[in-house]
Ligand binder design. Structure first.
Ligand code: CP
Length: 335
């Protein structure tokens, strides 16, 4: 059932179909999921499964990316994304260096493009970038020859988070097609929700969005909008009813202008996912959150750490998904 993709000593086993499709991989960058087909997302999820197998070994390391140089360039704070990319690169035997804007020459005024050219001059094969400005990774991709991975840009996109979310859903539910996924919270500022909506609708899930009107993106479901159609349901009870997956978003207070919410108390009353509301979803519904959480605000502590929560699993799966992406971008074509 499986085939050995590499002949260089690394034993990453792929199902035959995945190995064949991987050789036709066409992406040089991962900027968002809006230009990914269902087959391409399937391929990433397949290879993620193979990477989970590598990570389950006593020695969690294969030489697939030996000699490749990966660099992270983070203009915003991160725990999960940065660490999981680092672990992913190390498990594939790549060299990885991390640059944080606050401790670099960016503080002295060096521009994004000059910083990228510096990383290129130092030999970066892949640059993983997080930036507060939407579109920064797309700009980066126009200026360097190596691959760019978007690790979250402004309100725009967080494709690797959406892929790990989809992998986690599929691991539990078997399929993504026809899953009822309800996304609750601050969709206006959420790059996670945008990438999830692209990915989930491409895979055939039925997505419902539940947000206060002031935290719903302008143009959602408008004629001519460059965005997939979703169901918008402001009533949290109707939105959750019958859901297979309830994904809660962080209230992004740092990106919010004042006046978008009357009060935190009202937000909790109307939009917090708590034990009582979770009962309206299917009994086996998954609870997800990309993290970091404002526990007690958008999600109650009991739900966040309850039996239906897969939030810690999402974090774990982030390493394997990012291994799959690094492999496809920097090593896949060697097969
Ligand atoms: N979900 C997510 O992107 O988390 P970090 O900000 O910790 O990377």
């Amino acid at each position: 059932m499986t085939t050995n993709w590499h002949e260089d000593g690394s034993t990453i086993l792929l199902p035959p179909k995945a190995a064949v499709t991987a050789s036709a991989w066409r992406h040089h960058h991962i900027l968002d999921l809006d230009d990914f087909t269902q087959d391409e997302i399937e391929l990433i999820l397949h290879i993620t499964g193979s990477m989970k197998e590598v990570l389950a070994r006593p020695i969690k390391k294969v030489p697939a990316l030996r000699g490749k140089t990966i660099m992270t360039l983070f203009y915003e704070n991160s725990t999960r994304t940065r660490l999981s990319f680092e672990l992913a690169a190390k498990s594939l035997s790549a060299d990885i260096s991390n640059l944080t804007a606050s401790t670099s020459s960016i503080v002295k005024g060096e521009s994004l493009i000059d910083t990228l050219l510096t990383l290129e001059s130092l030999g970066a094969d892949v640059v993983i970038i997080r930036h507060p400005q939407s579109g920064a990774p797309n700009l980066a991709a126009q200026h360097i020859k190596g691959s760019v991975i978007n690790a979250g840009d402004g309100w725009h996109a967080h494709p690797t988070q959406a892929l790990l979310d989809m992998y986690t859903m599929r691991a539990h539910k078997g399929v993504i097609k026809d899953l009822k996924v309800t996304i609750i919270g601050d969709t206006k500022h959420s790059r996670v929700s945008r990438s999830n909506i692209w990915g989930l609708t491409t895979m055939g899930a039925v997505v419902t969005v539940c947000s206060p009107p002031t935290l719903l993106p302008v143009g959602f479901n408008q004629p001519g909008a460059y965005f997939p159609k979703v169901r918008i349901e402001p009533d949290i009870h109707k939105a959750i009813e019958g859901a297979d997956v309830v994904m809660v978003l962080r209230l992004q207070l740092e990106r919010m202008q004042t006046g978008l919410l009357p009060s935190m108390r009202e937000y909790i009353q109307l939009y917090q996912l708590n034990e009582e509301r979770l009962k309206i979803a299917k009994p086996d519904a998954l609870v997800m959150h990309p993290g970091p959480m404002n526990e007690g605000l958008e999600i109650s502590t009991g739900v966040a750490h309850g039996s239906q929560s897969v939030i810690n699993e999402q974090v774990t799966n982030g390493v394997a998904v990012r291994m799959a992406l690094l492999y496809l971008l920097a090593g896949g074509k060697k097969a």
